[in-house]
Design a protein around this ligand. Structure first.
Ligand code: 13P
Ligand code: SF4
Length: 319
């Protein structure tokens, strides 16, 4: 087999030869994040990934992340070829919100403005008035509340509950959750904080309310990263996917980063929050999709045009 260095060089050459750019989420393997950085691509949260994909001139976008991120890229850039190293990489929020059942839920509540999280299929977005990510959900819901709107929110009940608590908006909630963030445990987190009284607790709002309540900073992946780079010698307890640690360590090598306790889905580690679908992304997969054109994202044109509206509304709002 090839060494990691050889493989990285091969993928970099292939990206260049095919006028392709790599866009990676903070949760994927560090090698992919580094390659994206080194080749003029981008590493970011889901909101900034969408923006980057749209503005970049490359003919092909290779999206290292989960399916909805590739779909959002395709919806925004229908003339680009969007490839993913692993088309099976999905998300428990997306799985838990099938388009037909969701559409029926919307039909039953026609008086409500439909706000969906980015972590959904193109077909679900096509039924929505607004799409939001964790980076902009709060100001957008606040804006809708100020306009007197009642909201139908899907699919993440923890993020939705947090937004409802912060804004006081009238939100009817779909019952979905992230299998990774749902594992963070408040009781154990209290104990860990007692052992590290100087630590700041950073929490992604897909976590349960009891964990969010213990946070010094609640925010999207990019907001949590900023909390670390703002205090580069600090100590942090991090309640989000541990793929995030790679970029935090790079940008703040002196910071002390501790993984927040989980219930320990795996027998081999007590604290090991990592998304199994994000983990499917690898250098080999990127090379394979570039060489063979496999893993291409297709979105039905009728669905795409409908979904585009709710994504553009968010991009305009946050511009
Ligand atoms: P961000 O939008 O914060 O990047 O989160 C996406 C995600 O899947 C978190 O689990
Ligand atoms: Fe979905 Fe959770 Fe994985 Fe993010 S970490 S992609 S929300 S399952």
């Amino acid at each position: 087999g090839l060494s990691q260095v050889e493989l990285t060089e091969l993928v970099a050459a292939e990206l260049k030869a095919r006028d392709a750019v790599l866009v990676a989420h903070y949760y994927v393997d560090g090698a992919l994040q580094d390659l994206a950085q080194a080749t003029g691509g981008f590493v970011a949260d889901s909101l900034e990934m969408a923006r980057f994909g749209r503005r970049h001139a490359a003919k092909t976008l290779v999206v290292a992340g989960v399916r909805f991120m590739g779909e959002t890229a395709k919806i925004l850039s229908p003339d680009k070829r969007v490839l993913m190293p692993e088309l099976e990489a999905t998300c428990s929020l997306d799985i838990g919100c099938p388009a037909d059942a969701f559409s029926a839920f919307c039909d039953a509540h026609p008086d409500r403005t439909v706000v969906v999280y980015a972590n959904t299929s193109a077909a679900v977005k096509a039924r929505a008035d607004w799409m939001v990510t964790s980076a902009c959900a709060l100001p957008i819901v606040k804006h809708l509340k100020d306009q007197g709107r009642k909201i139908l929110w899907a699919p993440d009940k923890h993020l939705g509950g947090y937004i409802q608590e912060q804004t006081g908006a009238d939100m009817l909630m779909w019952d979905g959750s992230c299998i990774v963030h749902e594992e963070f445990k408040a009781t154990e987190l209290v104990l860990m904080r007692e052992q590290h009284p100087q630590a700041k607790v950073l929490v992604h709002p897909e976590s349960p309310a009891g964990v969010v309540a213990l946070a010094d900073v609640v925010g999207s992946t990019s907001a949590l990263l900023k909390a670390v780079t703002d205090d580069p010698t600090g100590t942090f307890i991090v309640a989000t996917d541990n793929g995030m640690m790679h970029r935090m360590r790079q940008l703040a090598p002196q910071a002390v980063l501790l993984e927040a306790p989980t219930s320990g889905r795996s027998a081999t580690c007590k604290s090991c929050a990592h998304c199994p679908w994000m983990a499917m992304n690898a250098l080999e997969g990127v090379l394979h999709c570039l060489r063979t054109g496999s893993g291409e994202i297709q979105v039905d044109e009728t669905v795409r045009v409908k979904a585009l509206g709710c994504i553009e509304r968010m991009l305009d709002f946050t511009a």
